[in-house]
Ligand binder design. Structure first.
Ligand code: ATP
Ligand code: MG
Length: 225
């Protein structure tokens, strides 16, 4: 039997205005796998990811996630709070009350994992979008996250950095046994995942093989055009 890194059962979520955006959703991401969550604008992807992260509370249903959880937002400018790369990654460790040498080791190890060690002292403002997303991911790696949730982390990137980022997250997930769920609507990213979920108007309508879901979405897109 596979062990789930993320498990959601019969989840329902309503906004205060009564709009139900997540409808009886159930899903499982096996431990150590890299899955994607797809769906059109407004289908509920970000809401579902925030529910899994515990940033929103569902009205009913169950959520099981292996802690600690790392969350990467679409816009890294909403996430990075310190002036330099190294300080930002270290900031995420404050609550762990580690000795300074341990913080240094964790920060260096995490920046090495995302290929940013040489930029440790660089100001955040001097980074590209892709580099900023790597800093956000290094923050999660430094905290030794078991589960990594990423909400359209490539939305603001150019196509080259987009595929670089998805490939490096796949490598990290596979080398460290992290469980990851990555929200996207870019079909070329699907080539990197172990499986995918398709969300339509708050309902999970398909689950499984990425290639099959890609074909299904391409057909839908052609019909819309
Ligand atoms: N804070 C909020 N209060 C009320 N309704 C909201 C709020 N945030 C989002 N919604 C609504 O919830 C629904 C799902 O939004 P959500 O952001 O989860 O979709 P999404 O699939 O992530 O879309 P996108 O691809 O645009 O990021 C939409 O109808 C949206 O208008
Ligand atoms: Mg969204």
């Amino acid at each position: 039997m596979t062990v789930a890194g993320i498990e959601v059962k019969n989840l329902n979520f309503f906004w205060p205005n009564g709009e139900q955006v997540i409808k009886s959703c159930s899903l499982q991401v096996p431990k150590g796998e890299f899955w994607m969550l797809l769906g059109t604008n407004g289908s509920g992807k970000s809401t579902l990811l925030r529910l899994i992260a515990g940033l929103l509370a569902p009205q009913s249903g169950e959520i099981g996630v292996l802690p600690p959880i790392g969350f990467v937002f679409q816009n890294p400018d909403h996430q990075l709070v310190m002036p330099t790369v190294g300080a930002d990654v270290a900031f995420g460790l404050v609550s762990e009350k580690l000795a300074p040498a341990q913080v240094k080791a964790r920060v260096e190890e995490a920046l090495g994992a995302v290929n940013l060690l040489s930029l440790q002292r660089r100001p955040i403002y001097a980074l590209s979008g892709g580099q900023k997303q790597r800093v956000a991911i290094a923050g999660a790696i430094a905290r030794h996250c078991e589960v990594l949730l990423l909400d359209e982390p490539t939305a603001l990137l150019d196509p080259d950095s987009q595929l670089d980022l998805v490939a490096s997250v796949r490598r990290l997930v596979k080398s460290r046994g992290i469980t990851a769920l990555w929200v996207t609507h870019r079909l070329d990213e699907l080539n990197y995942c172990d499986g995918a979920f398709l969300l339509e108007k708050g309902i999970l309508v398909d689950t499984g093989d990425a290639e099959r879901l890609k074909q299904r979405l391409m057909t839908v897109e052609n019909e819309v055009v």
